[in-house]
Structures are given as C-alpha cells and as structure tokens.
Design a protein around this ligand. Structure first.
Ligand code: ATP
Ligand code: MG
Length: 409
C-alpha cells in the first residue's frame, strides 16, 4: 500500500509546534483585546464572489491562487485565500455598522492558496489579522501599524523592516494607472513577458518584478506618491507623524504594491531580513471602498495580516508553556483506586496523570520525572506513598486526604 502523507504544501502541527503557536496567539490576543479588538472566525469557505469582488479580479490571488469548487447546487465556493473580504462580508451581513465605530476585529485562522510550495510558502497557512472598520482617521492607520510592530517585537521577530506608502484616493489612483499603463506600453519591448501581459489588468504589479531589465524600466516610471492630492497628502503626513511619535521606524517606498485591488491611501509591509526570498512577514493597508464593493454602506476600513509560519521562522526560540503534572499517580495491580484519585485530583484543579502503559513501578517514576511532575504518588489500597520529586522526600498519606494535601501545596 502507498504511504499516506499530508498533501503537498500542507503540514501537520504537532504538539511542540502547537505550543509555539499558542504562545503567538496569547501574545497577540492580550495586546489586541486590550486595544478593543474582538475575535472573529468566519467559515473556511465562502461564495467565490466574496473574493472576486472583495479581493479583485485583477489580483494574483483571484487570477491563479484560489481553490474553488462547486457544491451540489452548482454554486461556486472557494477556500478562503485571505481574511479581509470575509470579515467585511460578515460586517455587512450582521449590520455591524450600527455598532459603536470603529468596529475592531481580529482573527487567527488558516488560509488556502494554490501556490508553488517553498520555504515560507504553503498551500494551507495561518495568518493573524486585524480589521478596523468605520473610521478614516489617520490615528487608526497609525494604531494598526503600531500594533503589528509591537506584536512582532514582543515575539522576538528578528531584523524587521517596515515599508510605507500611500495610494491616495481611487480617482488619483485611476489617473495614475492610466499614465503608468502608457509608460509601460512605451517600454513594452524591454519588459518581462509576465509584466507585459498584465499592463492592462494590473500595471502596478510591474513594480514587483524581479527581472533586472524590467527593474531598470521601472526606475524611470511615474510615481504615485508624488501625485497625492491635498487631503490624501495631509492624511499620509499625519500617519507618518504619529508613527514617528510612537518610535516606529519606517522607510517610504513609493514602489510598494500589494495584493488587494481596493487599497486606498496608507499601504505598508513588514519584512524580516532573517528570512530568505519569502521575506514578507505581514502587511496591509486602508481599503475605504471595500465594504461598499461588498454591498454595504460606504465604510472606511484598514487592516493587516501577518503570516504565522514566517513569524515562527524569523522569531527563533519561543517559550513553550506546557504545564507539568502536579502529581503522577502510580500503582501496581488494580488501577481502580489510582483512577478514582486521578478523577478527584482533576476535579480539584490539579494537573494529574496516571500510569497508562503498564510500566514497572521504577518505570513509572522515570516517566513521572520525564514529565517534570512535582509529586509521584504510589497508590496502595487506601494509602498513598507520596514522593516529592523536587525535595526528594517521601511521606505516607491516606488516599482520601491526598487531593487536599496536594491542593494545599
Ligand atoms: P507574498 O508576497 O509573500 O506572496 P502576499 O502579498 O501574497 O505575500 P498577503 O496576502 O499580504 O501576502 O498575506 C500576508 C502575509 O501572509 C504575508 O506577509 C506572509 O507572511 C503570509 N503569507 C502569504 N501567503 C502565504 C503562503 N502561501 N504561505 C505562508 N504564508 C503566506
Ligand atoms: Mg502572495
């Protein structure tokens, strides 16, 4: 028979890895909940339209990275490739615009993209993300960026860099797109084929190309950041000022381009020089047109998503918080007394384990030591020989008194 294995581009999360992820979850939840963010979990799949409308037809994600399938009713569904569109769909569906604004939500969920697997790039991966809906104040932009910077710092993510830009409002961006398209068509002969093919669909992506000749061409391309109108420029200046006040170091990168079609104004990306080619740790931006695009009332919004696997790769050692047993219940012969005591120990809130593998008494103590148990309790009828593995002392107690004795420690 063929050996079964996890599908290409996916992985199992075994307990040691799960403990590291739990730490990431705790650090993020503590900061975000303290900042007024509530957790949200949307379904793992959505109507395909949520993404074609919410991420944008012209994006890499919708063009080539979605796992889509049809259900029995012939409806097209898609495994979620990202979290912003589903959260905005939920915002509209539940009438959250009636809640006190801004509505702030966060998630830590898995996402699916049909990509070529490589280090730091998977077909099912995890993202931590936040969305703040209902305010276009620059403080919200700055706050979201500072929150991600703080989480990365608290998790010990190494060599982090923040790049920042602004896309302005949709009309400025549309006019710019036109000009950039003209520029690219003028230089089409020197562009990489993949870039040339997408001049009409998504000209901004040309800034992402790694082809050296294309990069030369792009060095002379018109720059959107230089064309921001008065309000957009003032908004961007305020965001920058607030980040400086918060001590967040950033680089302005006018060539920054990101996945979503509906990004407006602030755009940012965190990278880590500790990672290889897949250096993006997390990024996001403002998307003031998205909720309306999904059928809601016009609602400004901003958010980011950060990749958990890349955080773990760039973070080095992570504290693993496993609770060692308070007591390991050992026995010879019948397990029933030990089992009864196990149950009452757990009822009393103790971390308790009992022998389940038929080891000799000596083997049972070894196992208790391996687990880092504080007490090794040999249940002998109604008496217990209680060994304090830390102090190396032993006493005999009545089995009925054991739990109280341990709770009092
Ligand atoms: P990239 O340029 O690496 O493809 P992206 O722009 O597609 O990233 P986003 O959609 O902004 O990434 O997702 C936010 C973060 O999620 C990324 O910065 C990265 O850390 C992580 N991420 C994205 N795609 C994957 C993937 N296929 N596997 C693992 N992590 C991913
Ligand atoms: Mg990508």
């Amino acid at each position: 028979m063929n050996k079964l294995s996890a599908p290409r581009g996916t992985f199992d999360i075994l307990p040691e890895q799960a403990a590291k992820r739990a730490h990431v979850d705790r650090v993020a939840a503590e900061l975000l909940e303290g900042a007024g963010y509530g957790r949200i979990e949307t379904p793992s799949f959505e109507a395909t339209e949520v993404f074609s409308r919410g991420v944008g037809e012209a994006t890499d994600i919708v063009q080539k990275e979605m796992y889509s399938f049809h259900d029995d009713g012939g409806r097209s569904l898609t495994l979620r490739p990202e979290g912003t569109a589903p959260v905005c769909r939920a915002y509209v569906e539940h009438g959250m615009h009636k809640l006190p604004l801004p509505v702030r939500l966060y998630y830590l969920s898995s996402f699916f993209r049909a990509e070529r697997p490589q280090a730091g790039r998977y077909r099912q991966f995890w993202q931590l993300g936040i969305e703040a809906l209902g305010s276009d104040e620059p403080e919200v932009d700055a706050e979201t960026i500072v929150l991600l910077a703080t989480i990365l710092r608290r998790l010990g993510v190494a060599a982090v860099r923040l790049r920042l830009s602004s896309l302005g409002s949709p009309d400025v961006r549309a006019a710019y797109r036109e000009d950039l398209g003209n520029y690219l068509r003028e230089h089409a002969g020197r562009l990489a084929p993949a870039v040339r093919e997408r001049i009409e669909l998504n000209p901004l992506r040309a800034f992402d190309s790694s082809d050296p000749v294309t990069r030369q061409v792009m060095a002379g391309a018109p720059v959107l950041l230089e064309r921001l109108g008065g309000e957009d420029a003032a908004h961007f200046a305020e965001v920058r000022g607030l980040l400086e006040r918060a001590g967040v170091v950033y680089e302005i990168d006018p060539t920054l381009v990101r996945g979503l079609d509906y990004y407006t104004r602030t755009l940012f990306e965190f990278t880590s020089d500790a990672l290889g080619a897949q250096s993006g740790v997390g990024g996001g931006g403002r998307y003031d047109g998205l909720v309306e695009q999904l059928g809601g009332v016009p609602t400004p919004g901003i958010g980011w998503a950060a990749g958990i696997e890349r955080i773990l790769m760039a973070a080095g050692e992570m504290p693993i918080e496993v609770r060692p047993p308070d007591v390991y219940l050992a026995f010879e012969g019948s397990p029933s007394n030990a089992f009864e005591t196990l149950t009452s120990a757990r009822e009393a809130g103790l971390a308790a384990q009992m022998e389940l593998a038929g080891r000799s008494l000596k083997g049972q103590q070894k196992q208790a030591e391996r687990l880092g148990a504080r007490y090794f309790a040999v249940v002998e009828g109604d008496r217990v020989r209680l060994r304090d593995l830390r102090a190396g002392t032993e006493e005999t107690v009545a089995r009925a008194a054991l739990v109280d004795r341990l709770v009092a420690v």
